[in-house]
Design a protein around this ligand. Structure first.
Ligand SMILES: Cc1cc2nc3c(=O)[nH]c(=O)nc-3n(C[C@H](O)[C@H](O)[C@H](O)COP(=O)(O)OP(=O)(O)OC[C@H]3O[C@@H](n4cnc5c(N)ncnc54)[C@H](O)[C@@H]3O)c2cc1C
Length: 386
């Protein structure tokens, strides 16, 4: 039993309370479900400052929610060790226990309905069935570690709880609830925050790309950090008016660790330059003739202006852009950086503050596109209980 202080009404009522979770996102709701399944009698309350639980889920996977990957490679996370003994089979069994079937499209896993709304509805139904309480439009303000628990302060109340679980996500997409206010609170509690920057995000380049804004090209993309290859992947690059986008560029952006270094994004826009293409290219007397056979007119104009007349094949295979900046947090899918993992135990409890836990994107843990980040958020809920 612990006490709840209600400042507004100025009285103290005694209630049974065990666990307060901050944030009704993927990791917060997954944690609440797992705690309730293991300890059905515990009181579990989620404090969410927006007016809707699991709002971001609706935006994931273009509304389809790509929640896993058949070929998930844990070495692609920045801290693979946190994934422990990950098993794809176990993971699918676990997410399906929320009450929906899944299916694979290529390697990517989606709810069978291909609707993120299904994931949101079924998770909230399961949480409700288990008795999880969700307080919407309530803002987490601060906390204090007290004897055998944590005193949690919000803009409405002060709660005494046995455990506090911080599941506030990062700074990306403020419109979906992530205002980054958590980092100021945690700095007061002396946590080291690994520097934050937008992740899975378009890149602004020094080279002008206005002419080809909105056009796409298939390419093999290499990222060079001070001249050294740190990333390579095939994909479709989408030109923006001032830079580059597309999944392959999002994945490359996660490898730009120190924006003060020199980063170059090198496109090979002839990834299939072999066989017929290689044998026949000499029939074209000038580069524009070659380009016109393979690219749309605007791309021909753009590439022509940036490649040599003689070595145009080599130039197209080595088409360089210089990193200028990331697009902002509002345009990013995830936040890179966060609470340093050195500060948490394997069950995500803080090493410095007993009974305070961190789950999901608020920790310095991230992966590429393709279901990696939701996998991490959902799995946290399980690991908390291990
Ligand atoms: C457009 C988009 C598409 C994406 N698509 C995919 C995809 O297809 N597959 C994939 O794996 N990942 C995808 N992601 C990434 C994925 O959604 C996140 O990594 C994941 O949701 C993180 O979960 P989380 O619980 O840690 O944080 P969040 O989902 O961000 O939840 C945090 C919650 O905490 C609340 N909160 C924050 N501060 C406070 C406070 N002070 N008080 C109270 N509440 C607070 C927020 O309102 C929010 O509801 C996508 C992200 C975006 C933006």
């Amino acid at each position: 039993m612990s006490k709840l202080y209600n400042k507004q009404l100025n009285y103290v009522k005694v209630i049974c309370m065990k666990c307060i979770i901050i944030g009704a996102g993927a990791s917060g709701v997954a944690s609440a479900i797992n705690i309730k399944r293991k300890y059905p009698k515990d009181d579990v309350i989620i404090i969410e400052h927006s007016d809707k639980a699991l709002r971001k889920i609706l935006a994931t996977g273009n509304g389809r929610c790509n929640l896993g990957n058949q070929k998930l490679d844990i070495s692609k996370y920045n801290h693979p060790e946190l994934m422990g003994l990950y098993s794809f089979k176990e993971y699918i069994k676990y997410v399906e226990s929320y009450g929906f079937k899944t299916k694979a499209i290529g390697d990517l896993i989606y709810p069978y309905s291909e609707s993120a709304q299904t994931v949101r509805n079924q998770m909230l139904k399961e949480a409700d069935k288990l008795g999880v309480k969700i307080h919407l439009e309530e803002d987490f303000v601060d906390y204090e570690v007290i004897k055998n628990g944590v005193r949690v302060k919000t803009n409405r109340d002060t709660y005494d709880s046995d455990k506090l679980i911080i599941a506030t996500g990062g700074k990306s997409t403020k419109g979906l609830g992530n205002d980054g206010s958590i980092y100021e609170i945690l700095k007061k509690h002396h946590y080291t925050i690994v520097p934050l920057h937008p992740g899975l995000v378009p890149i602004e380049t020094k080279e002008n790309t206005k002419l080809v804004d909105g056009l796409r090209v298939k390419a093999n993309v290499t990222l060079l950090e001070n001249g050294i290859k740190v990333f390579n992947e095939d994909g479709e690059v989408l030109f923006k008016k001032d830079g580059l986008s597309g999944i392959v560029i999002f994945n490359a952006s996660n490898h730009i660790k120190n924006p003060t270094y020199n980063y170059e994004i090198v496109l090979n826009v002839l990834p299939d330059f072999n066989g017929d293409l290689k044998e026949n290219y000499q029939q074209f007397s000038v580069k524009t003739e070659f380009l016109e056979n393979y690219f749309s007119p605007k791309l021909v104009e753009y590439f022509s202006s940036r490649i040599s007349d003689k070595n145009y094949i080599k130039d197209l295979q080595n088409f360089k852009f210089t990193f200028k900046d990331f697009y902002d947090f509002e345009n990013s899918q995830i936040t890179i950086g966060g609470i340093s993992i050195d500060q948490v135990k394997p069950n995500f409890e803080s090493k410095s503050e007993p009974n305070v836990h961190f789950v999901g994107e608020v920790l310095d843990m991230h992966g590429p596109c393709g279901g990696y980040n939701l996998t991490w958020a959902f799995i946290c809920g399980q690991k908390l209980m291990s």
